[in-house]
Design a protein around this ligand. Structure first.
Ligand SMILES: *Cc1c(COP(=O)(O)O)cnc(C)c1O
Length: 371
C-alpha cells in the first residue's frame, strides 16, 4: 500500500510553469521586484480586496517585518496564543517583544476573546491572533478590544488564505495580516509569504526591511535585511493562483467525505463549520476523548503510521512547552490550549487525496473505537 502523507504540495502542469518562467531566460532578471513579482502582487491585491500587499520569501519573515515596521514601543507586551506554529511566538520574541499568552476558544481553537482583556497591562502594545486551521478569529470583538485599549492587531493568517468572512476576505481585518505560501499550505509559491496592510506609510518601511533599506544605488537609508520573493516563486504563485478555486473545491470534497464518516462518533470531535465563513479546507483536525472513544490521540497516530498513513500532531507541543522556552513560560497558563494539543490530530488532506483513501483512513481510526 502506498504511503499517504499529511499533505501534498499543489503544482501546476510542468508546461504551464515552464511557459511562465520562459521570459526569465530572456530578461535574466531573477529577483528584486521583477515583472513576475509585480504581476503576482497586483493579482493578489485584487483577489484579496486590499490596497497593499508586500511579498516575501516566506511567511515568517513577513511576520517579523510587519511587527518591526508597525513601530510598536520597544519591549512591549503582545497578547497571542500558544496553540500555533513556532513562527508566531518566535517572531514576537525575535522582534524584541514579550509574548503574553491567552488561552484559546475550545470550539475554534483561535484566541479566546473573553480572556484577552484580563491580560492587558499598561505595557500591552498589540494583539497577534492566529486564524487556526483557517477558522476565523472573532475579528469583531478583537477590533472592539483593540480600539478601546489602543492596540495594534496583526493577524497570523498563514492558514486562512482565500477564506472569506461575511463576504470579506480574511486579509482586511486588523492593521495587517500575514499569509504563508509555504509548500505545505493550501496555496504555495514553493516558499513565500505576504503581508496585507492598510496604512500607506508602511509601504516604504516594509520595502526597506526586506531589501537592506536601499533606496537607490548610492543611498542606503535604513538598516534592513533581505526577505524578497524571487521571480521563480512569484511565477509559481501566478500559476497556482489560476487553479486555486479548483484546488479548494477538491479539498472540500475530501473534507465532506471525512465529515460523513466521522461525524457523530462518540469521543471524536470535529470543528464545526463557522457561520458566515467560506472556508479553504486547509486542515482537518480531529480531537479525541480517550474515555468516550476508547483510544487516545497517540494510539490513533501510531495505528495510522503502522498503515503507512502520516497524520500530524498539529499543534503539539504548544509553543510555551518548547524546549527553547523551558523555564520561561508555563504551558499550564493556557489549560484549554494544552489539553487540545494533547488530543488533536490533523488528518491527511490535499486536493488529490482519493476518497477511497479517506475511507481507508477513517476505517483504521474507527477500528480503535470501543465496542
Ligand atoms: C506556516 C506558518 C507560518 C510561517 O510560514 P512560513 O512561510 O513557513 O515561514 C506562520 N504561522 C503559522 C500558523 C503557519 O502555519
Amino acid at each position: 500500500m502506498d504511503q499517504i502523507q499529511v499533505t501534498r504540495s499543489s503544482m501546476p502542469d510542468i508546461e504551464e510553469y515552464t511557459n511562465e518562467i520562459r521570459d526569465l531566460w530572456d530578461s535574466h532578471w531573477l529577483t528584486n521586484m521583477g515583472t513576475k513579482h509585480m504581476q503576482f502582487q497586483s493579482e493578489l491585491e485584487s483577489l484579496l480586496g486590499v490596497e497593499h500587499v508586500a511579498l516575501y520569501c516566506n511567511g515568517h519573515l513577513a511576520l517579523e517585518n510587519i511587527l518591526e515596521a508597525i513601530k510598536l514601543p520597544a519591549g512591549g507586551e503582545i497578547i497571542t496564543s500558544p496553540f500555533t506554529f513556532a513562527s508566531t511566538t518566535h517572531a514576537i520574541i525575535r522582534c524584541g517583544f514579550k509574548p503574553v499568552f491567552c488561552d484559546i476558544d475550545p470550539e475554534t481553537y483561535t484566541i479566546d476573546v473573553n480572556k484577552i482583556e484580563a491580560l492587558i497591562t499598561d505595557r500591552t502594545v498589540a494583539v497577534v491572533p492566529v486564524h487556526v486551521y483557517g477558522n476565523i478569529c472573532d475579528v469583531e470583538k478583537i477590533d472592539e478590544i483593540a480600539k478601546k485599549h489602543n492596540l495594534k492587531v496583526i493577524y497570523d493568517a498563514a492558514h486562512a488564505f482565500a477564506v472569506t468572512y461575511k463576504g470579506k476576505s480574511s486579509a482586511v481585518f486588523g492593521d495587517a495580516s500575514m499569509f504563508s505560501f509555504h509548500a505545505t499550505k493550501v496555496f504555495n509559491t514553493i516558499e513565500g509569504g505576504a503581508v496585507c496592510y492598510h496604512d500607506d506609510s508602511l509601504e516604504q518601511r516594509l520595502k526597506d526591511l526586506k531589501n537592506f533599506g536601499i533606496h537607490s544605488a548610492e543611498e542606503v537609508a535604513y538598516v534592513g535585511g533581505n526577505a524578497k520573493m524571487n521571480e521563480f516563486c512569484a511565477a509559481m504563485g501566478i500559476c497556482n493562483l489560476r487553479h486555486l478555486d479548483e484546488e479548494i473545491k477538491k479539498r472540500g470534497a475530501v473534507v465532506a467525505k471525512y465529515r460523513e464518516l466521522l461525524s457523530g462518533i462518540k469521543g471524536i470531535r470535529l470543528c464545526r463549520e463557522q457561520e458566515d465563513v467560506v472556508p479553504n479546507y486547509a486542515y482537518f483536525p480531529v480531537v479525541f476523548d480517550r474515555e468516550e472513544f476508547g483510544a487516545d490521540r497517540d494510539e490513533v497516530f501510531h495505528k495510522l503510521e503502522e498503515n503507512g498513513i502520516c497524520a500530524r500532531k498539529y499543534f503539539y507541543p504548544i509553543t510555551t512547552a518548547f524546549d527553547c522556552y523551558k523555564g520561561r513560560f508555563d504551558p499550564n497558563d493556557t489549560p484549554v490550549a494544552l489539553d487540545i494539543s494533547l488530543r488533536v490530530l490533523t488528518l491527511p488532506l490535499y486536493a488529490d487525496l482519493a476518497l477511497e483513501d479517506v475511507e481507508r483512513i477513517c476505517n483504521i481510526i474507527l477500528s480503535l473505537q470501543r465496542r
